[in-house]
Each structure stands twice: as structure tokens, then as C-alpha cells.
Design a protein around this ligand. Structure first.
Ligand code: ADP
Ligand code: MG
Length: 244
């Protein structure tokens, strides 16, 4: 078992958002998480990554058997966890290239070769149809919505985590960008040991990755789990069928 989220109750500002939520992800698996707006999907991602702002009231999170419930975000990253934000933040003063170099340095405890890193960034930027000049720009500052999402996929492909959590990385993109992002995610999953949690509202992603499990979250709980055809059913019938 790679990730085990066990009986989690978590919230923010005295509000319980996740209510007895459990989820298990094994090596090589792709899990899709769907659910209405405000059901707790982003909260779950933030709680798994411990990005701050949310408190776990009870339950535990394990990664490769280790209890990481109290572990800081950077240490989780070092263990091989990665999360892309639904709304990627701007980081004025830090270029995209230096941001990625710092993340890899923090993870490995040593600085990667300057030119190897730059070559790889440029190769992946070409593949993602991002102008390579963007590596000199401050992270997300003045980036369009689509550019921000592509920059998240660039970070994913550079950092090569064991488990990636993508929070609506395919939302708000035009068809061409969806294809680029989809292919980027598929490239990440080429290595069979990698695992993925994809929070999405869109079935287009199915063209690029085949989920092993599809979970539906309603009101902070997983109310049903199925296979890829569950996405199709939700596409046709919506979430009303799962509301109590
Ligand atoms: P989703 O990603 O499924 O749309 P979220 O996890 O972002 O939903 O939010 C779930 C619910 O928790 C929403 O009602 C939201 O308003 C609320 N919520 C999220 N973050 C906070 C917070 N920091 N403080 C208070 N309420 C929050
Ligand atoms: Mg969300």
C-alpha cells in the first residue's frame, strides 16, 4: 500500500469538511475523484499534502506504511508526494526554473547539475507547448489559466514523485491544452510504479489515462466507488443520485 487515508475527520475554521473519509492507493494505480462543488475534494488533497489551513481532528494518513499524519509538507514531498493546486499560486521574485531547481534540491539534499536540469526543463516545455522563455519568468505571475496548469504538469514531470495528486489540472483549458496536459499526465504514468489521484469534472481525461477506481465524494465522504464507467454515468445523470 502506497497511501492509506484512514477514517479522516478534518476541517478548517471550526468547520468539519471531511467526515470519516478513507482511501487506499496502491503502487501503479490511478484513482479519479469526482464530486459536486464544495464536497471536500480540494480539502482532501490539501490534507494529504498538509499544505496548511486544514486541521485533522481524527484519523491517520500513512505513506508507504509510515504514519505521516503530523509530518510537514516538505518532508512529505521528500517521501515522494506531489500535489498540483486547483488555483496555482503566484510566486513573485522566483523564476520557474529556480523554483523547480529549489524543489529538486530540497528533495534530494543536493543541487542537480545546472545544464542537465535546464536541458530537461526545455525538453519538457517543448513537449507541453510552453515557450521556453517562461523558465525565466516568475512562477505563475501573469500566466494565463492554461499556462498555470501546464506549469504544474512541468513541475510534475521534473519532480517525478511516487504519488501525484492533481486537483482539477484539466479544468479551464481549451481543447489543445487539455490534450497537452493529458499527454503530460500519461507521460508521468509511463513508469508503472507511479500512482495518481486525479480530481476532475471532465471525462476527456479518460483519453489519456485509464482509472482503476473512480470515487464520488459528497459532503466530505466517499459515497461510492466504481470503475471508469462511473464517470460516464455521472456525465449523463449528475450527482443527484448520490445525495442522501
Ligand atoms: P471542492 O474542492 O470539492 O469543491 P473544497 O474542499 O474546496 O471543495 O471545500 C469544501 C467545503 O469546505 C466548501 O463548502 C468550502 O467552502 C469549505 N471550506 C474549504 N476551505 C475552507 C476554509 N479554509 N475555511 C472554511 N471553510 C472552508
Ligand atoms: Mg476543489
Amino acid at each position: 500500500m502506497l497511501l492509506k487515508v484512514k477514517d479522516i475527520y478534518a476541517g478548517a475554521n471550526d468547520r468539519e469538511i471531511l467526515k470519516d473519509l478513507s482511501l487506499e492507493v496502491s503502487e501503479g494505480e490511478i484513482h479519479v475523484i469526482m464530486g459536486p462543488n464544495g464536497s471536500g475534494k480540494s480539502t482532501l488533497a490539501h490534507v494529504i499534502m498538509n499544505t496548511g489551513g486544514y486541521e485533522i481532528n481524527s484519523g491517520n494518513i500513512f505513506f508507504e506504511g509510515e504514519d505521516i499524519t503530523e509530518l510537514e509538507t516538505d518532508k512529505r514531498a521528500r517521501l515522494g508526494l506531489f500535489m498540483s493546486y486547483q488555483a496555482p499560486p503566484e510566486i513573485p521574485g522566483v523564476t520557474l526554473e529556480n523554483f523547480i531547481r529549489a524543489a529538486i534540491t530540497a528533495r534530494d539534499g543536493e543541487t542537480p547539475s545546472f545544464f542537465d536540469l535546464r536541458d530537461k526543463i526545455e525538453e519538457i516545455m517543448d513537449e507541453l507547448h510552453i515557450n521556453t522563455d517562461y523558465k525565466e519568468r516568475y512562477v505563475n505571475v501573469g500566466f494565463s489559466g492554461g499556462e498555470r496548469k501546464k506549469s504544474e504538469i512541468l513541475q510534475l514531470l521534473m519532480l517525478e514523485p511516487k504519488l501525484a495528486i492533481l486537483d482539477e489540472t484539466d479544468s479551464g483549458l481549451d481543447v489543445d491544452a487539455v490534450e497537452v496536459v493529458g499527454k503530460g499526465i500519461a507521460r508521468f504514468m509511463e513508469k508503472k510504479s507511479r500512482s495518481l489521484i486525479v480530481i476532475t469534472h471532465h471525462q476527456e481525461i479518460l483519453k489519456y489515462v485509464k482509472p482503476d477506481f473512480v470515487h464520488v465524494i459528497v459532503d466530505g465522504k466517499i459515497v461510492t466507488t466504481g470503475k471508469a464507467d462511473l464517470m460516464d454515468k455521472i456525465g449523463k445523470e449528475g450527482f443527484a443520485q448520490f445525495r442522501g
